[in-house]
Design a protein around this ligand. Sequence first.
Ligand code: NAP
Length: 243
Amino acid sequence: MAGKLNGKVAIITGASAGIGKASALALAAEGATIILTARRAERLEQLVNDIEKLGARAAIVVGDAREETTAVEAVKIALEFGGHIDILLNNAGMGIYKNLVDTNADEYDTMMDTNMRSGFLFTRHVVPQMIKQSSGTVLMLSSMAGVYGFAGEAVYCATKFAQVGFAQALDRELRPHGIKVGAICPGGVKTEFAIGTGRTEEGVAQSGMLEPEDVAGAVLLACTQSAGSRIIEIQMRTMAEAL
Ligand code: NAP
């Protein structure tokens, strides 16, 4: 298979659904080997089959992205598979859309840990390897909710702004090591995200939101820049947005 990512190894968190799954397929179609991680094993196993049908390789790490052991295991498997780690997509995430006065501390912790702590842990364990290599790309799957504040989403927005700040700081810290760090910031995407915690299935189906494959295209673009170029942030919104 001749692809833009032949020989590259990528770790993708939240790979069992939505944007993570679409990104795994997009990178695999360009020849990357993918380490897929999430909690739902069956979905990951099915995705390995789909990736192998594309002629690429994949392995799974089943676990909670909020736990340090999951990140450590993903790095170990990636190094066993390829001996190097070229791409980390910190995509695992969730949202509970509620007004501030209806949001409790457990919901705050769940959102912050799933969206930000997970990205910290995976990046913390991947970057030493990328420093050794003097190369790598780390992407935070943030949101337009990491660029603007939206009513009824204050805590979710805080988690997504945190991801953008983390990426901006690491861009400066890690560029001397040849490592590119960026944030992908889509508006609403048609996935299972937040269904039952703020969105409805019908609402998402009928919306003019982005498709997960649109976002995967942006992820692929950020992962396939020429050596001298880096993408710091991509903001995306649907063409169906009201004027
Ligand atoms: P999705 O279809 O619900 O997928 C979320 C993924 O995250 C799943 O693979 C899920 O896997 C994983 N995940 C959630 N909690 C996890 C945990 N504790 N440990 C491990 N994995 C966990 O949602 P999506 O829309 O693709 O969202 C992906 C990212 O895009 C999120 O960071 C989200 O904030 C961001 N985003 C979404 C939208 C949107 O409108 N959909 C817009 C902008 C940004 P398991 O359940 O199998 O663990």
